[in-house]
Design a protein around this ligand. Structure first.
Ligand code: MG
Length: 380
Protein backbone atom coordinates (compact mmCIF):
# COMPACT_ATOMS: atom_id res chain seq x y z
CA UNK A 1 0.00 0.00 0.00
CA UNK A 2 1.46 3.37 -0.89
CA UNK A 3 -1.04 5.36 1.17
CA UNK A 4 -4.29 7.02 0.18
CA UNK A 5 -4.16 9.24 -2.86
CA UNK A 6 -6.83 11.71 -3.81
CA UNK A 7 -8.42 10.52 -7.05
CA UNK A 8 -8.84 12.96 -9.93
CA UNK A 9 -12.65 12.63 -9.63
CA UNK A 10 -12.46 14.39 -6.27
CA UNK A 11 -11.26 17.60 -7.88
CA UNK A 12 -14.49 19.13 -6.57
CA UNK A 13 -14.30 18.38 -2.84
CA UNK A 14 -17.44 17.15 -1.10
CA UNK A 15 -18.01 20.48 0.62
CA UNK A 16 -18.05 22.40 -2.65
CA UNK A 17 -20.26 19.75 -4.23
CA UNK A 18 -22.70 20.01 -1.33
CA UNK A 19 -22.86 23.79 -1.55
CA UNK A 20 -24.07 23.41 -5.13
CA UNK A 21 -26.42 20.46 -4.64
CA UNK A 22 -27.95 20.78 -1.17
CA UNK A 23 -30.83 22.94 -0.01
CA UNK A 24 -29.91 25.72 2.46
CA UNK A 25 -31.85 23.96 5.24
CA UNK A 26 -29.94 20.70 4.67
CA UNK A 27 -27.05 19.76 6.96
CA UNK A 28 -23.84 20.64 5.13
CA UNK A 29 -20.75 18.61 6.02
CA UNK A 30 -18.68 21.79 6.31
CA UNK A 31 -20.93 22.93 9.19
CA UNK A 32 -20.57 19.69 11.16
CA UNK A 33 -19.83 20.11 14.86
CA UNK A 34 -17.23 17.37 14.37
CA UNK A 35 -16.26 14.38 16.48
CA UNK A 36 -15.61 13.96 20.20
CA UNK A 37 -12.07 12.77 19.44
CA UNK A 38 -10.79 15.07 16.68
CA UNK A 39 -9.50 13.29 13.58
CA UNK A 40 -7.92 14.62 10.40
CA UNK A 41 -10.25 15.03 7.42
CA UNK A 42 -10.23 12.19 4.92
CA UNK A 43 -8.85 13.18 1.51
CA UNK A 44 -11.96 12.24 -0.47
CA UNK A 45 -14.71 11.00 1.86
CA UNK A 46 -16.91 13.47 3.68
CA UNK A 47 -17.58 13.07 7.44
CA UNK A 48 -21.01 11.48 7.02
CA UNK A 49 -19.73 9.09 4.36
CA UNK A 50 -17.14 7.97 6.88
CA UNK A 51 -19.83 7.59 9.54
CA UNK A 52 -21.89 5.45 7.20
CA UNK A 53 -18.87 3.27 6.42
CA UNK A 54 -18.03 2.90 10.11
CA UNK A 55 -21.56 1.73 10.79
CA UNK A 56 -21.56 -0.75 7.90
CA UNK A 57 -18.24 -2.19 9.10
CA UNK A 58 -19.40 -2.57 12.72
CA UNK A 59 -20.12 -5.96 14.25
CA UNK A 60 -23.51 -4.77 15.50
CA UNK A 61 -24.57 -3.92 11.95
CA UNK A 62 -23.55 -7.31 10.54
CA UNK A 63 -25.46 -9.09 13.30
CA UNK A 64 -28.71 -7.51 12.11
CA UNK A 65 -28.73 -10.23 9.45
CA UNK A 66 -29.70 -12.79 12.08
CA UNK A 67 -32.03 -10.68 14.19
CA UNK A 68 -35.80 -10.76 14.02
CA UNK A 69 -37.74 -7.89 12.53
CA UNK A 70 -41.22 -9.32 13.15
CA UNK A 71 -41.03 -12.94 12.03
CA UNK A 72 -38.38 -15.34 13.33
CA UNK A 73 -35.89 -17.28 11.24
CA UNK A 74 -37.62 -20.65 11.58
CA UNK A 75 -40.72 -19.22 9.89
CA UNK A 76 -38.92 -19.12 6.52
CA UNK A 77 -36.51 -17.04 4.48
CA UNK A 78 -38.76 -14.76 2.44
CA UNK A 79 -39.61 -12.24 5.13
CA UNK A 80 -37.55 -9.26 6.30
CA UNK A 81 -34.81 -9.56 8.85
CA UNK A 82 -33.68 -6.59 10.91
CA UNK A 83 -30.92 -6.08 8.31
CA UNK A 84 -33.11 -6.09 5.21
CA UNK A 85 -35.61 -3.83 6.98
CA UNK A 86 -32.73 -1.44 7.69
CA UNK A 87 -31.64 -1.52 4.05
CA UNK A 88 -35.19 -0.80 2.87
CA UNK A 89 -35.40 2.14 5.28
CA UNK A 90 -32.04 3.44 4.03
CA UNK A 91 -33.13 3.07 0.41
CA UNK A 92 -36.39 4.97 0.94
CA UNK A 93 -34.71 7.59 3.12
CA UNK A 94 -32.02 8.25 0.50
CA UNK A 95 -34.64 8.64 -2.22
CA UNK A 96 -36.50 11.19 -0.10
CA UNK A 97 -33.31 13.00 0.94
CA UNK A 98 -32.12 13.30 -2.65
CA UNK A 99 -35.48 14.54 -3.91
CA UNK A 100 -35.57 17.18 -1.14
CA UNK A 101 -31.90 18.13 -1.74
CA UNK A 102 -30.89 17.05 1.76
CA UNK A 103 -27.62 15.49 2.85
CA UNK A 104 -27.92 11.96 1.54
CA UNK A 105 -24.79 10.66 3.30
CA UNK A 106 -26.02 11.86 6.68
CA UNK A 107 -29.48 10.44 6.01
CA UNK A 108 -28.02 7.09 5.03
CA UNK A 109 -25.73 6.94 8.08
CA UNK A 110 -28.72 7.64 10.36
CA UNK A 111 -30.87 5.06 8.60
CA UNK A 112 -28.25 2.32 8.76
CA UNK A 113 -27.68 2.96 12.47
CA UNK A 114 -31.33 3.35 13.47
CA UNK A 115 -31.93 -0.27 14.52
CA UNK A 116 -28.45 -1.52 15.48
CA UNK A 117 -29.43 -1.48 19.15
CA UNK A 118 -32.07 -4.14 18.71
CA UNK A 119 -31.56 -7.25 20.83
CA UNK A 120 -32.44 -10.72 19.50
CA UNK A 121 -36.14 -11.53 18.97
CA UNK A 122 -37.22 -7.99 18.08
CA UNK A 123 -39.45 -6.08 20.47
CA UNK A 124 -40.12 -9.30 22.40
CA UNK A 125 -36.44 -9.39 23.36
CA UNK A 126 -36.43 -5.69 24.17
CA UNK A 127 -39.31 -6.13 26.64
CA UNK A 128 -37.45 -8.85 28.54
CA UNK A 129 -34.27 -6.79 28.88
CA UNK A 130 -36.28 -3.72 29.88
CA UNK A 131 -38.08 -5.68 32.60
CA UNK A 132 -34.80 -7.01 34.04
CA UNK A 133 -33.25 -3.53 34.07
CA UNK A 134 -36.26 -1.74 35.59
CA UNK A 135 -34.38 -0.49 38.62
CA UNK A 136 -31.39 0.84 36.67
CA UNK A 137 -32.94 2.83 33.84
CA UNK A 138 -34.47 0.09 31.72
CA UNK A 139 -33.51 -1.01 28.23
CA UNK A 140 -34.45 0.72 25.01
CA UNK A 141 -33.12 -0.22 21.57
CA UNK A 142 -32.65 3.41 20.54
CA UNK A 143 -30.56 4.19 23.61
CA UNK A 144 -28.67 0.92 23.09
CA UNK A 145 -27.79 1.98 19.52
CA UNK A 146 -26.09 5.06 20.98
CA UNK A 147 -24.28 2.95 23.57
CA UNK A 148 -23.01 0.67 20.81
CA UNK A 149 -21.60 3.44 18.64
CA UNK A 150 -20.22 5.45 21.60
CA UNK A 151 -18.91 2.73 23.91
CA UNK A 152 -19.37 -0.89 22.97
CA UNK A 153 -17.92 -1.19 19.46
CA UNK A 154 -14.17 -1.44 19.87
CA UNK A 155 -12.54 -0.83 16.50
CA UNK A 156 -9.98 1.91 17.05
CA UNK A 157 -6.97 1.94 19.35
CA UNK A 158 -7.42 5.67 20.06
CA UNK A 159 -10.97 5.68 21.42
CA UNK A 160 -13.94 3.52 22.34
CA UNK A 161 -16.88 3.37 19.96
CA UNK A 162 -16.94 4.62 16.38
CA UNK A 163 -16.33 8.33 17.11
CA UNK A 164 -19.21 9.34 14.82
CA UNK A 165 -20.01 12.97 14.07
CA UNK A 166 -22.10 15.04 16.44
CA UNK A 167 -24.99 15.11 13.93
CA UNK A 168 -25.31 11.32 13.67
CA UNK A 169 -25.13 10.94 17.46
CA UNK A 170 -27.66 13.74 17.99
CA UNK A 171 -30.06 12.17 15.46
CA UNK A 172 -29.89 8.84 17.25
CA UNK A 173 -30.08 10.50 20.68
CA UNK A 174 -33.27 12.15 19.56
CA UNK A 175 -34.83 8.77 18.82
CA UNK A 176 -33.79 7.58 22.29
CA UNK A 177 -35.44 10.43 24.17
CA UNK A 178 -39.09 10.45 25.04
CA UNK A 179 -41.39 13.28 23.96
CA UNK A 180 -41.21 15.47 27.07
CA UNK A 181 -37.41 15.42 27.29
CA UNK A 182 -36.87 16.93 23.85
CA UNK A 183 -35.28 20.34 23.85
CA UNK A 184 -34.16 20.73 20.24
CA UNK A 185 -35.83 19.37 17.12
CA UNK A 186 -34.09 16.89 14.89
CA UNK A 187 -32.41 17.87 11.62
CA UNK A 188 -34.49 17.37 8.49
CA UNK A 189 -32.32 14.37 7.59
CA UNK A 190 -33.22 12.67 10.89
CA UNK A 191 -36.91 13.41 10.31
CA UNK A 192 -36.62 11.70 6.92
CA UNK A 193 -35.33 8.53 8.56
CA UNK A 194 -38.25 8.44 11.03
CA UNK A 195 -40.74 8.85 8.20
CA UNK A 196 -39.00 6.23 6.02
CA UNK A 197 -38.99 3.75 8.92
CA UNK A 198 -42.75 3.87 9.52
CA UNK A 199 -43.49 3.86 5.81
CA UNK A 200 -41.24 0.85 5.13
CA UNK A 201 -42.50 -1.47 7.84
CA UNK A 202 -46.19 -1.04 7.09
CA UNK A 203 -45.68 -2.13 3.50
CA UNK A 204 -43.21 -4.91 4.17
CA UNK A 205 -44.99 -6.42 7.17
CA UNK A 206 -48.20 -6.68 5.12
CA UNK A 207 -46.23 -8.38 2.33
CA UNK A 208 -44.50 -10.81 4.70
CA UNK A 209 -47.70 -11.63 6.58
CA UNK A 210 -49.53 -12.62 3.39
CA UNK A 211 -46.58 -14.65 2.14
CA UNK A 212 -46.49 -16.46 5.50
CA UNK A 213 -50.19 -17.19 5.27
CA UNK A 214 -51.11 -15.14 8.35
CA UNK A 215 -53.33 -12.87 6.23
CA UNK A 216 -54.99 -13.04 2.84
CA UNK A 217 -54.99 -10.40 0.14
CA UNK A 218 -58.75 -10.10 0.72
CA UNK A 219 -58.18 -9.34 4.42
CA UNK A 220 -55.91 -6.46 3.45
CA UNK A 221 -58.62 -5.19 1.10
CA UNK A 222 -60.43 -3.90 4.23
CA UNK A 223 -57.59 -1.45 4.84
CA UNK A 224 -58.19 1.78 2.85
CA UNK A 225 -54.49 2.44 2.15
CA UNK A 226 -54.00 -1.06 0.74
CA UNK A 227 -57.34 -1.00 -1.12
CA UNK A 228 -56.46 2.28 -2.87
CA UNK A 229 -53.06 0.95 -3.95
CA UNK A 230 -54.65 -2.32 -5.14
CA UNK A 231 -57.21 -0.36 -7.19
CA UNK A 232 -54.36 1.51 -8.92
CA UNK A 233 -52.59 -1.76 -9.71
CA UNK A 234 -55.78 -3.38 -11.06
CA UNK A 235 -56.25 -0.44 -13.44
CA UNK A 236 -52.85 -1.17 -14.96
CA UNK A 237 -52.94 -4.98 -15.01
CA UNK A 238 -55.60 -7.60 -15.44
CA UNK A 239 -55.49 -11.25 -14.43
CA UNK A 240 -52.68 -11.02 -11.87
CA UNK A 241 -52.06 -13.98 -9.61
CA UNK A 242 -52.35 -13.24 -5.89
CA UNK A 243 -48.56 -13.21 -5.53
CA UNK A 244 -48.11 -10.83 -8.47
CA UNK A 245 -50.85 -8.58 -7.13
CA UNK A 246 -49.31 -8.53 -3.66
CA UNK A 247 -45.87 -7.52 -4.93
CA UNK A 248 -47.29 -4.90 -7.25
CA UNK A 249 -49.39 -3.43 -4.42
CA UNK A 250 -46.36 -3.24 -2.12
CA UNK A 251 -44.44 -1.29 -4.81
CA UNK A 252 -47.45 0.94 -5.42
CA UNK A 253 -47.93 1.50 -1.70
CA UNK A 254 -44.34 2.64 -1.16
CA UNK A 255 -44.38 4.81 -4.28
CA UNK A 256 -47.67 6.42 -3.27
CA UNK A 257 -46.52 7.07 0.29
CA UNK A 258 -43.15 8.48 -0.78
CA UNK A 259 -44.86 10.73 -3.32
CA UNK A 260 -47.26 11.98 -0.65
CA UNK A 261 -44.43 12.45 1.86
CA UNK A 262 -42.45 14.56 -0.63
CA UNK A 263 -45.42 16.71 -1.61
CA UNK A 264 -46.57 17.29 1.98
CA UNK A 265 -43.03 18.09 3.13
CA UNK A 266 -42.35 20.48 0.25
CA UNK A 267 -45.63 22.27 1.04
CA UNK A 268 -44.57 22.66 4.70
CA UNK A 269 -41.14 24.00 3.70
CA UNK A 270 -42.87 26.67 1.63
CA UNK A 271 -45.58 27.38 4.21
CA UNK A 272 -43.03 28.00 6.97
CA UNK A 273 -40.55 29.70 4.61
CA UNK A 274 -37.74 27.38 5.72
CA UNK A 275 -34.44 28.79 4.46
CA UNK A 276 -31.93 27.54 7.00
CA UNK A 277 -31.21 24.99 9.72
CA UNK A 278 -32.35 27.60 12.26
CA UNK A 279 -35.72 27.78 10.49
CA UNK A 280 -36.02 23.98 10.75
CA UNK A 281 -35.99 24.33 14.55
CA UNK A 282 -39.06 26.54 14.47
CA UNK A 283 -41.39 23.91 13.03
CA UNK A 284 -42.72 20.96 15.04
CA UNK A 285 -42.30 18.49 12.18
CA UNK A 286 -41.44 19.20 8.57
CA UNK A 287 -41.06 15.70 7.17
CA UNK A 288 -44.37 13.90 7.52
CA UNK A 289 -47.10 12.57 5.27
CA UNK A 290 -50.28 14.53 4.59
CA UNK A 291 -52.98 14.28 7.27
CA UNK A 292 -54.99 11.94 5.03
CA UNK A 293 -52.13 9.52 4.36
CA UNK A 294 -50.98 9.69 7.99
CA UNK A 295 -54.47 8.61 9.08
CA UNK A 296 -54.52 5.77 6.55
CA UNK A 297 -51.04 4.63 7.58
CA UNK A 298 -52.17 4.54 11.22
CA UNK A 299 -55.12 2.38 10.18
CA UNK A 300 -52.80 -0.05 8.40
CA UNK A 301 -50.64 -0.11 11.51
CA UNK A 302 -53.61 -0.87 13.73
CA UNK A 303 -54.76 -3.62 11.39
CA UNK A 304 -51.28 -5.16 11.42
CA UNK A 305 -51.19 -4.95 15.21
CA UNK A 306 -54.48 -6.81 15.61
CA UNK A 307 -54.04 -9.32 12.83
CA UNK A 308 -50.30 -9.88 12.49
CA UNK A 309 -48.26 -8.78 15.52
CA UNK A 310 -50.90 -10.38 17.78
CA UNK A 311 -51.46 -13.41 15.56
CA UNK A 312 -51.44 -16.59 17.71
CA UNK A 313 -48.47 -18.05 15.76
CA UNK A 314 -46.45 -14.86 16.26
CA UNK A 315 -47.42 -14.61 19.94
CA UNK A 316 -46.46 -18.25 20.52
CA UNK A 317 -42.98 -17.66 19.06
CA UNK A 318 -42.65 -14.48 21.14
CA UNK A 319 -43.53 -16.31 24.35
CA UNK A 320 -40.95 -19.05 23.78
CA UNK A 321 -38.24 -16.51 22.89
CA UNK A 322 -39.07 -14.32 25.90
CA UNK A 323 -38.90 -17.24 28.29
CA UNK A 324 -35.49 -18.28 26.90
CA UNK A 325 -34.05 -14.77 27.08
CA UNK A 326 -35.35 -14.30 30.63
CA UNK A 327 -33.72 -17.59 31.66
CA UNK A 328 -30.45 -16.47 30.10
CA UNK A 329 -30.59 -13.12 31.87
CA UNK A 330 -31.12 -14.66 35.28
CA UNK A 331 -28.41 -17.29 34.74
CA UNK A 332 -25.86 -14.65 33.77
CA UNK A 333 -26.95 -12.32 36.58
CA UNK A 334 -26.45 -15.07 39.14
CA UNK A 335 -23.08 -16.21 37.84
CA UNK A 336 -20.97 -13.49 36.16
CA UNK A 337 -18.28 -16.03 35.27
CA UNK A 338 -20.66 -17.34 32.61
CA UNK A 339 -20.20 -14.10 30.62
CA UNK A 340 -17.81 -14.83 27.78
CA UNK A 341 -15.33 -11.98 28.16
CA UNK A 342 -13.12 -10.86 31.02
CA UNK A 343 -14.27 -7.25 30.51
CA UNK A 344 -17.91 -8.18 30.92
CA UNK A 345 -17.16 -10.32 33.99
CA UNK A 346 -15.21 -7.47 35.53
CA UNK A 347 -18.08 -4.97 35.14
CA UNK A 348 -19.14 -5.48 38.74
CA UNK A 349 -20.40 -1.92 39.27
CA UNK A 350 -23.21 -2.37 36.80
CA UNK A 351 -23.38 -6.07 36.31
CA UNK A 352 -26.98 -6.12 35.07
CA UNK A 353 -26.10 -3.61 32.36
CA UNK A 354 -23.16 -5.79 31.30
CA UNK A 355 -25.51 -8.78 31.05
CA UNK A 356 -27.96 -6.75 28.96
CA UNK A 357 -25.15 -5.47 26.69
CA UNK A 358 -24.05 -9.02 26.11
CA UNK A 359 -27.53 -10.43 25.51
CA UNK A 360 -28.50 -7.49 23.28
CA UNK A 361 -25.45 -8.15 21.12
CA UNK A 362 -26.57 -11.71 20.39
CA UNK A 363 -28.44 -12.68 17.25
CA UNK A 364 -31.52 -14.90 17.48
CA UNK A 365 -29.31 -17.81 16.50
CA UNK A 366 -26.53 -17.17 19.01
CA UNK A 367 -29.12 -16.55 21.75
CA UNK A 368 -30.47 -20.04 21.15
CA UNK A 369 -26.92 -21.41 21.20
CA UNK A 370 -26.27 -19.66 24.53
CA UNK A 371 -29.55 -21.06 25.82
CA UNK A 372 -28.46 -24.56 24.81
CA UNK A 373 -25.07 -24.01 26.46
CA UNK A 374 -26.27 -22.51 29.74
CA UNK A 375 -29.87 -23.55 30.32
CA UNK A 376 -31.23 -26.44 28.30
CA UNK A 377 -28.20 -28.58 29.01
CA UNK A 378 -28.96 -28.48 32.72
CA UNK A 379 -32.26 -30.20 32.02
CA UNK A 380 -30.73 -33.13 30.16
MG1 MG B 1 -36.75 0.33 12.14
Amino acid sequence: MDGIKTPASAALPYAARESVLLAPHAMHSADSAGRKHPEPEHPYRGPYQRDRDRIVHSAAFRRLAYKTQVFTGEMGDYHRTRLTHTLEVASIARTVARALRLNEDLTEALALAHDIGHPPFGHAGEEVLDEHLRGVGGFNHNAQALRIVEVLEIRYPEFPGLNLTHEVLAGQAHRARRGGERTTRPLVEAQVVDAADSLAYGAHDADDAVQLGLLSIDDLGQVPLWAAAAAQVRMRYTALTDAQLRRAVVRQLIDQQVGDLLAATEARLVEHDVQSIVDVQAVERLVAPSAELAGQTRELGKFLLDRVYRHPDVLAKRAVAQRALGELFRALRNDPTLLPTAEAQAATDDHDRAVADYLASLTDRSAWEEHARLISRKDW
